[in-house]
Design a protein around this ligand. Sequence first.
Ligand SMILES: [Fe+2]
Length: 293
Amino acid sequence: MTVIDREVKLDIEWLSGSIGAVIRGLDLRDLDDATVAAVRQVWLERKVVFFPDQFLDPDSHLAFAAYFGTATEGHPVIPGIAGYPNIFEIDYTKARELYATYGDVSNRRQGIDWHTDVTFVKRPPLGSILNAKVIPPSGGDTMWSDQGAALRDLSPSLQDYLSTLHAVHDGRDTFKNALKQFGKAKWEGKQFEELEPVTHPVVRTHPETGEKVLFVNPGFTSHIVELDRRESDVLLRFLYEHSVRPEFTVRYHWTAGDVGFWDNRSTQHAVVGDFGKQHWLIQRVTLKGDQPA
Ligand SMILES: [Fe+2]
């Protein structure tokens, strides 16, 4: 256990070399400004933080999110839970069924799908707050990877070159049937019928910390604008493999009642699909982000 002496004393346990921390002893329903500022600092430094034993209901989940930003629609394409459009529920037990219904990724394996959330819009989320509702007794961990550490591990000349590139992020393939099913999508209050591909820099500068981070992910990045397709495919394949090497990652085993809060600007994440048919249900609130630069 590490107790870091800040303006506010937080009980913090680091979970790996560069990423992840557990913060104990807080009730997320009742935080003062100084505690919120201290938590934000730890969150920025560790990129994903966990708060055990919270058991938040939808209102307190949204109230906690409001300490850190403005909630977006739960998901641009998939509707939120009844009465709470800003809460996106994922029942992983039903996920394959769900995807089969959508039809576009029905052959998806449970395996592991690294991605950064919703990078296929102009302003992807700042972060997300996950509320663990039903967790299998074994398996179903989530992993996060530190994209600043991944970038810094590359040779300086490759880092410099990557900083000159831009990549297209495209959610059309993944969500085309969901869009057909739900008829329309909504993000930042604006409705649209099609997902248009967007372009983001391959290396972005974190707007709060100034850290340079890799910003491509196998979930939604389709190609690098400045390269021909073959070159782009090879470079992206290398970056995808490099960016989730074990030394940049943290792996968290959930317990019901846990809250996890990650910075979506500087990480990728993936659920480890080793939980078979056990029940696994979470709710997520996502915070509005800015345009990567
Ligand atoms: Fe995700």
